[in-house]
Design a protein around this ligand. Structure first.
Ligand code: GDP
Length: 432
């Protein structure tokens, strides 16, 4: 499996694409989240930004799986399938969707916005992508959600009508009690797009995915599970409530796909050479020099793939990373964006402080952290863009990577490759 170890946007899509290019894996599966994720893959002249279709879309031999743990936005799904077709990648014959995956209704995104409106009254928006994923998972826990497999049942329309009626009551509650406004027209538009997408969905391969995966594994095939967001956004172990609405940690692969832990092999973790974060909540490693942060945003193109929002930029946060590695059991590490360095000295966060005391454990709330412990390392400027082997990497970058490796030594993780650009070819392998 491949998971992000920071706050998402680590460049997982590119690494998954890289792993799939090796020909080792015959399929790739999403196990959590939904269209609130955004993966950018560049191969030759083709760029594809996927939100719900797994990252192997540009590998014609690879099967694509959407697991039961995923909240499926059918409108996004159908749009991406069409876009891929226009790029020369017809994925319909190799895409399988779990009949137990969760269905995003046309009112879920609106309810997501209503929730955010409600929270903003207390000044604490989460900064969701408004794709409706949080409200779907709430419905799952309340045992009233619609499942993807339901669309093929004879009573689907009846079930859907009841569910929508219930959701409308929720919306009215938000309107009457909290002043959340919406237009009937936008509901009508969302409904008609959604209804058309459901018609298309019915033509796709909806199946017992857990069984299919079991079959593939028993045929001796290797599969890859693709995480969305990152470990620091895990609903249980992130900075609650500034988290995503699913478990992003590798332990959730088993539940989100219906596979046993015995099926798990390597756990690849992905980080950037620095850190970024979108959404609400504290970000202790944030670069405090606004001009420098802005320069990182521009150089690293740090604008959300789903929302276009600028991402906050920070130094590499080793304290958070060690926590994420401990929880994930990662044994292999990808380090991306090593080509982005804009200062003569880079800082690394090695600890968090609260009231002058260095914390031993990761705090319950990041807002408790009032200072950080940092170390400074020489920077490497723009010298490493597109570097394809370690020998050509600048000595400053090599010492930065060696420093990281040493700081993580006791956690027993090997660095696999180091990314130096957006393209599939822009990376070098690290000899541990
Ligand atoms: P994901 O959700 O983790 O796949 O990450 P995103 O796709 O949202 O963001 C990663 C962005 O960084 C994409 O635009 C990638 O093309 C880009 N990227 C990935 N690796 C590198 C790298 O090593 N260097 C540079 N400059 N860009 C990279």
């Amino acid at each position: 499996m491949v998971v992000g170890l920071q706050w998402g946007d680590e460049g997982k899509g590119k690494n998954i694409d890289e792993l799939l290019s090796s020909g080792t894996y015959s399929g790739v599966a999403r196990f959590q989240g939904g269209a609130n994720a955004g993966h950018t893959i560049m191969a030759g002249n083709t760029t594809f930004v996927g939100h719900i279709v797994p990252s192997g879309a540009l590998q014609k031999e690879v099967e694509l799986y959407i697991g039961n743990g995923v909240a499926v936005d059918v409108v996004s799904l159908i749009k991406e399938i069409r876009e891929l077709k226009s790029l020369g990648f017809d994925v319909t014959s190799r895409l399988y969707i779990s009949n137990r995956a969760k269905l995003v209704s046309y009112l879920h995104p609106l309810l997501d916005r209503a929730d955010e409106h409600y929270r903003s009254r207390g000044g604490s928006k989460i900064g969701t992508t408004s794709k409706g994923i949080g409200p779907v998972y709430s419905d799952v826990r309340a045992r009233r959600a619609l499942l993807i497999g339901d669309v093929n049942l004879p009573d689907f329309e009846e079930k859907e009508a009841k569910f929508v009626e219930f959701q409308m009551n929720f919306l009215k509650m938000y309107k009457e009690n909290y002043g959340f406004d919406f237009l009937e027209k936008e509901i009508d538009e969302a409904k008609s797009k959604w209804t058309e997408a459901i018609r298309e969905l019915k033509k796709l391969q909806i199946c017992d995915l857990s069984f299919l995966i079991e079959q593939r594994l028993s045929e001796g095939k290797n599969l890859l599970a693709e995480g969305a967001q990152g470990a620091m956004l895990d609903i249980d172990f992130g900075d609650y409530p500034n988290v995503t609405s699913s478990n992003t940690l590798p332990a959730n692969v088993c539940l989100g796909l219906g596979v046993s832990h015995r099926a798990l092999r390597n756990i690849y973790g992905v980080i950037k050479a620095y850190t970024t974060k979108v959404g609400g909540g504290s970000f202790p490693a944030r670069i405090r020099d606004a001009e420098l942060e802005n320069a990182f945003q521009k150089a690293g193109n740090e604008f959300g793939a789903t929302t276009g929002r600028p991402r906050m930029c920070g130094w590499l946060d080793l304290f958070a990373l060690r926590y994420a590695i401990r929880l994930s059991g990662v044994n292999k590490l990808f380090i991306n964006k090593a080509d982005i360095c804009l200062s003569d000295e880079v800082k690394v966060v090695t600890g968090y402080k609260k009231s002058g005391v260095i914390l031993k454990e990761f705090p319950l709330r990041l807002g408790e952290v009032d200072d950080v412990v940092t170390e400074e390392i020489p920077g490497w400027g723009a010298k490493n863009h597109g570097v394809k082997n370690k020998e050509n990497a600048s000595p400053e970058l090599v010492s930065y990577l060696t420093y990281i490796k040493n700081k993580l030594r006791d956690l027993k993780v090997d660095i696999v490759t180091v990314g130096t650009g957006q393209d599939r070819e822009d990376s070098f392998t690290w000899d541990n």
